[in-house]
Every structure is written in C-alpha cells, then in structure tokens.
Write a new protein. Structure first.
Length: 604
C-alpha cells in the first residue's frame, strides 16, 4: 500500500504491478483515445478502479462538491493535500443497510484529458447500480487516477491491463484509419506554477471590433446564434500598442476605435438583452454588450486581445526593458481590467471604473516576436527572451491586482505555426509557464499570396503537398510539444473563413495547381467568410489524409474548414490531449453557428 498521499505510479514496486504502472502512464498520455468508444471507456474504468486503493491522505481545506438541483449531499468531504478538486462522488445503491461512497479527486499536479467516466465503474460486484449524488465535472482526468474510497481496500481486476492493451490497439487503429496522428506528449515542468489546462476543453472564439460595421455582426448575434452557450472564452480583437509602449484608446482610422469599443449606443433591437443604451450610462459600445452577454452566460470568459497583425508594430519596444514592460502592463491593466477608460471627444461614455468586470484576462497577440510580421513592425533579436519576460510581468501584475479585487485573471497568447518563427521568437518551455493556455495559428498556412493552390488550414501535410515547408497544424503542435509545451495548454486555431485563388486550371480538382491571383472576396480579395462560401456554386471535396476541404468551380479554388474537417480536428485534439480549439473569427460563421456547433459537439 502506498504511503498516504503518494501517487500510485510512484509507489514501491511491491504495492502495484510495475507493468500496470507503465501501461497506465503510457495510456494517460493518450487518454482521449478512449473518449469515442464506449467499450474502451469501460475497460479504462476497470483499470482505474484496480488502482484506486489509498488510505485517507492528509487533509486541508474543506470543500462542498457541487450538487445537482434537488439533491442532498451525503456528506461534506475534506480536500486531500495536493489535490485540486473533486471529480465526482457516487453512492452505491445496494439491498443492505449500509452504503459507501466512492470519491474521485483530481490531482493538482496531473495534466488531464477527458474522463468523467472514470467514476462510472461500480467498485463492487454486490453493487447493481450507481447513483450520482454530487459531482464537479469541471475537470478532465488522466487514466492514472488517485481515487479515495471511504470503505474498502484494493479492488483489482486481474484482466484490466490486458483489456486496456486491446482497447488501446483498437483505438489507435481507428485513428490511423481516420488519418489522425497521436503525438506522444509528456507532462512538462511548469516554471511559474500555472497548472496545465485541466478543465473542459477550451473553446475560444474571436469577436472582432470592426465586425459590427460591414458584416453587421453584433455581440447580440452571439446570443441569437446560440454560439455564446457553446464557447468558454471570447477574445475581443484588438487593443493597440502605442509608440510610447502603452495600451490606449483613440478614435482614429487605423489606430483605434473607441467608438466601437465603448461609445456607440445600441438600440433595443441591437442589444443583447433588448434594452437600448442611454446617454447617461458610463459604458456603451461593444464593451457594455459583452458585459450584458456575460450576465446571461455566467461561465463565459471574455479576454482582451492586444496586438494582432495590424497593431503589433511597437510590441518589441514595449517589451524591451524592465521599465518599459512594467509601464506597458500597468497601462493595460488600468485601462481594461480596472476599466479606467478615457472620455474622448464629446462622448459622455467612459471614466474611472466604467469597464471594470468586462474582461477576465489578457491575450497577447504579438505577430511576430523576433521575425517579420506586418510591414514596418519593430523587430529585435532579443524579442524571444523579452516575450517571456513580458508574460512574466503580466502574470505578476494580474496576480497582484487580482488579489486586491478577489479575482484571478487569465493570461493567454496567440502563437505562430511556422517552426522558423517559433525558433526565432518563442522560448517555449519558459513562456508556457506563465500562460493559462496558448492558441496556435492553424490557418493562413497557404494563400493567394502564393501562386499555387493549397490547403490553408490542413491538419496534416500529405505526401502530395508540393510546398517545401510542409506546414500543417500537426507540425506546429509537434514543434511546441518537443520544445517543452504541455499538450493540455495547446489550443489549435480553426478558420471561419476560406482562402481563394482564381484562374485555376481544371486538373486534380484544382488542388496544387497554378493560379492567376486571388479569387474575388466580399470584403477582401482572396478571402471569404464561411457563411458566404457555403452559398457558392461548385464541387466540394474532402481529403482525410490532409484534414482539409475545398470548393472548386472550374476556375476558382477555395480552401476552408467545414463541419467534417472540424470533426477530424476535434478528434485530433482529444487524441493528443490538447487543450481545445480557437476560432478566427466568429463573424464568419452562419446565423445558426454551424461551425461553432461542430466544435462544441466534437469536444463534448
């Protein structure tokens, strides 16, 4: 029997069969393989149950698990030391007078992948049914599970390991047949003490500041399309970085849009809650609409994204020295978290604390540290180290301010997919220590800025891919994991738009063919929203080996993601223990949220 509080994988060899330990540790890195097949889930549960016998660990703070409505707790548990949260609590229903509890705890130091089902195995042959009395399924779990049982000792299933091996082989075969890759990921040390993503899969969507204009995509549409209910985070794009290295607000074309952010007053018909804005309220615009949306969806988090392609010019200056980093972060916290918005022009909106509570964190969107991005960007060789130092300063000030107001603010980053840009600008292992998670560019891998058609967001680079770089989502993920990024903190980007070429010859269904330039788009040449692409004429194709789809009408070639591709990508997220998905951008989806629904269904 292991010592109290000892992970069973680290127990003395005599306590647990070493082969069982090795097998479960291997499988824990691929736990999501079993999420798609009920039979494999049963096997995994049996193996987990075989490893569960622990004496009661040391105690710390008292917790009360979340209860379904109209249920009564059978008792209040005490959190074992080193454990983060209760996964679930079950009371076996038996004919006898005594009934025991089985509690499953999530270890605070364990990277995790989907496993509500680990507690769904009846621990005793006498038990005919298991009734869920209380639970907190806000965590996914690896197969190497600490389980505290209040009644019995070991409950071994001698055939569990062999069945798990069989299940693993079957699941792996299914993935290979579907064209999916499994990345061998290991838990990485975390320099700053931020735990790897351990909750439900992250489902991030970008809401663009300018989408309210030509696209007429309002915050209200996130509610009417049912997208808000299917997301965990909204990233509001973007805040600018000034030449002085500060966050700021302005009303100047190409520089800032305070009008959209917090000055425009929405009428009742355009407002999230059907209540129009009035001149006397401190906050209006998108910020106020986001505040209303959060009131309707209390679990939804909203982050402020800083930078982006057009507004990363002065990131390098802001991150250059300890003094510049301190001043930059302080300005962003003051403006967007404390909510001290300036009153600009004749608008009455803004003022001290006017936007407090709108944003739950900061998303760093520096494109790109240490390498070329938009024309005119300041780029330095030391950007790579300075990005890490900037993240550390953000984490410090976010924690400091959070302690003052009793909240925890998140910190995330948008990172490149190109291995060369990763090498030039990202200290992978160190940076991820300060981040809750990072979204990885999973699109713009190819476009009409190249003469040859290709997949702009392919999951894999197939053998026929003529591009020498062989860009793919899988390549990006493997690059980050090999560099020390915890897989559970990697969130892959999915485009809600397509990239198109015109003048394409009708050979190979238009794929890998020369073009005469970008196809005509509604808002920009060579780019079209998904909601527009689904209405276009032409033949549609899907390549499982690439994880990509396209539309070809004999002349115009459009590469885009549809629900079939998203199903493959969400399966890839699960199979590799990744953190979830990110969508750029929500205004490209249909009125009913077709793509957002596909992501939601794929990750549930």
């Amino acid at each position: 029997m292991p010592l109290p509080g000892t992970p069973w994988r680290d127990a003395p060899p005599g306590d647990v069969d070493p082969e069982t330990i090795r097998e479960v540790d291997r499988l824990s890195q691929r736990g999501a393989l079993y999420g798609h097949w009920q039979k494999q889930r049963d096997h995994a549960a049996r193996l987990a149950a075989a490893a569960e016998a622990y004496p009661r660990p040391g105690r710390s703070r008292t917790i009360l698990p979340q209860l379904p409505r109209n249920e009564t707790p059978v008792g209040i548990g005490l959190m074992p030391q080193g454990f983060d949260s209760v996964l679930s609590e079950f009371v076996p229903e038996r004919t006898g007078s005594s009934a025991s509890r089985t509690r499953c705890w999530r270890p605070a130091d364990v990277g995790t992948v989907e496993a509500e089902w680990l507690c769904q195995h009846a621990p005793d042959s006498e038990i005919s049914t298991v009734k869920k009395v209380s639970g907190n399924f806000l965590r996914r779990t690896n197969l190497h599970r600490y389980v505290h049982r209040t009644r019995t000792g070991p409950h071994h299933d001698g055939g569990g390991v062999m069945r798990m091996r069989t299940a693993r082989a079957a699941a792996a075969a299914m993935l290979v047949a579907a064209g999916l890759a499994v990345v061998n990921v290991a838990t990485q040390a975390n320099a700053a003490g931020v735990a790897a993503t351990a909750g439900p899969y992250v489902k991030v969507g970008y809401f663009t500041q300018w989408g309210i204009y030509r696209r007429n995509f309002l915050v209200k549409n996130l509610h009417t399309s049912a997208m808000a209910a299917k997301l965990t985070h909204i990233n509001y794009a973007f805040a600018n970085v000034g030449a002085d290295g500060r966050c700021f607000e302005a009303n100047q074309a190409g520089v800032g849009d305070a009008w959209a952010d917090y000055q425009q007053r929405f009428k009742a018909g355009d407002s999230v809650d059907g209540v129009g804005d009035v001149i006397s309220q401190p906050l209006a615009g998108n910020f106020n609409q986001l505040r209303k949306l959060k009131a309707m969806y209390p679990n939804l988090k909203v982050q402020l994204s800083i930078g982006g392609w057009s507004w990363s010019k002065y990131f390098s200056d802001a991150a250059l020295t300890p003094a510049s980093r301190q001043a930059f972060v302080s300005s962003c916290v003051d403006l967007f978290l404390k909510g001290n918005l300036p009153i600009i022009g004749t608008s009455p909106h803004g003022g001290p604390g006017s936007a407090f509570g709108v944003f739950d964190g900061i998303d760093l969107d520096w494109e790109w540290p240490g390498s070329e991005g938009n024309t005119g960007n300041v780029v330095r060789a030391q950007d790579k180290q300075n990005l890490t130092l900037l993240a550390a300063e953000f984490r410090r000030q976010l924690d400091e301010y959070g302690a003052q107001v009793g909240r925890r603010y998140s910190l995330t980053a948008f990172l490149p997919a190109d291995p060369a840009k990763i090498a030039a600008g990202i200290e992978v292992a160190s940076l991820f220590g300060y981040l809750d998670f990072a979204t990885v560019q999973g699109y713009d891998l190819h476009g009409a800025y190249e003469p040859t058609t290709n997949h702009q967001a392919q999951l894999f680079s197939p053998a026929a891919d003529p591009a020498p770089e062989r860009f793919s989502v899988d390549l990006a993920v493997r690059t980050y994991v090999s560099g020390g990024a915890p897989a559970a903190k990697l969130v892959i980007g999915i485009p809600y738009y397509g990239r198109g070429w015109t003048g394409v010859t009708n050979v190979n269904n238009g794929l890998y063919r020369p073009s005469s330039g970008p196809a005509r788009g509604t808002y920009e040449a060579g780019i079209e929203d998904y909601k527009k692409l689904v209405a276009k004429n032409g033949s549609r194709f899907y390549d499982a080996s690439a994880g990509a789809s396209w539309l070809f009408d004999g002349r115009n070639f459009w590469s885009y993601d549809d629900p079939q591709v998203i199903a493959q990508k969400t399966a890839y997220v699960k199979a590799n223990g990744l953190g979830g998905t990110m969508a750029w951008s929500l205004d490209g989806d249909t009125d009913t949220g077709t793509l957002t629904t596909a992501i939601h269904n794929g990750l549930n």
